[in-house]
Design a protein around this ligand. Structure first.
Ligand code: ITT
Length: 182
């Protein structure tokens, strides 16, 4: 069994499709004001592993918009809460380069081992309007082709998403370690 320390139900539902034995723990951890998602995860894991003496996952994600020089990036959670998707669409008015990517860093640790981290990314574009009611956060304004990520089922989102990729990379690492031990 692995604990996923997160407050975000959407994240948990997606990760749960990759790891069947996952349990959500909404116990919080200090989010460092850092320049990279990797630093946030490394710092968070130190706190979480000090409290939970079991295998744990934490994950930090962000949306990076080319035409806004990578904004909201590490501020994605704060910006989603304050400006929201309407605010981002407004900021994008007149911005020509609408390419954007989501990044996800998943960190894993268990007692007696050095933590490991894996990155996943997906490129798309910021649409001109919000569409769809699935997913969460920035999904309604993030498009892959002519569909937003809020217009596809979790299973389909996972196939190409930043989180699907980072979680599968971790899963592969854990499976390979198991094979090496056998
Ligand atoms: P934690 O408790 O796990 O930290 P969180 O919701 O604060 O949950 P993040 O800091 O990693 O998660 O997320 C940054 C923001 O980006 C947040 O507002 C999310 O809603 C949004 N976000 C993350 N992953 C997303 C995804 O797959 N699709 C759309 N928005 C996403």
């Amino acid at each position: 069994m692995i604990y996923f320390v997160t407050s975000n139900k959407g994240k948990f539902a997606e990760a749960r499709e990759v790891f069947e034995d996952l349990v959500q723990k909404n116990i919080g951890y200090p989010e460092l004001q850092a320049n990279t998602l990797e630093e946030v995860v490394a710092f968070g894991l130190v706190d979480v592993t000090a409290r939970l003496k079991v295998p744990v996952i934490i994950e930090d994600a962000g949306l990076f918009i080319e035409g806004l020089n990578g904004f909201p990036g590490v501020y994605s959670a704060y910006v989603q809460k304050t400006l929201g998707n309407p605010g981002i669409l407004k900021l994008m008015e007149g911005v020509e380069d609408r390419r954007a990517y989501f990044a996800s860093i998943v960190g894993y640790a268990e007692p007696g081992m050095e933590p490991v981290a894996f990155r996943g990314e997906v490129w798309g574009t910021i649409g001109f309007e919000a569409r769809g009611a699935m997913g969460f956060g920035y999904d309604p304004i993030f498009y892959l082709g002519d569909k937003s990520m809020a217009q596809v089922e979790t299973e389909e989102k996972n196939k190409m998403s930043h989180r699907g990729r980072s979680m599968r990379a971790l899963k592969e690492w854990l499976d390979n370690r198991q094979l090496r031990r056998n």
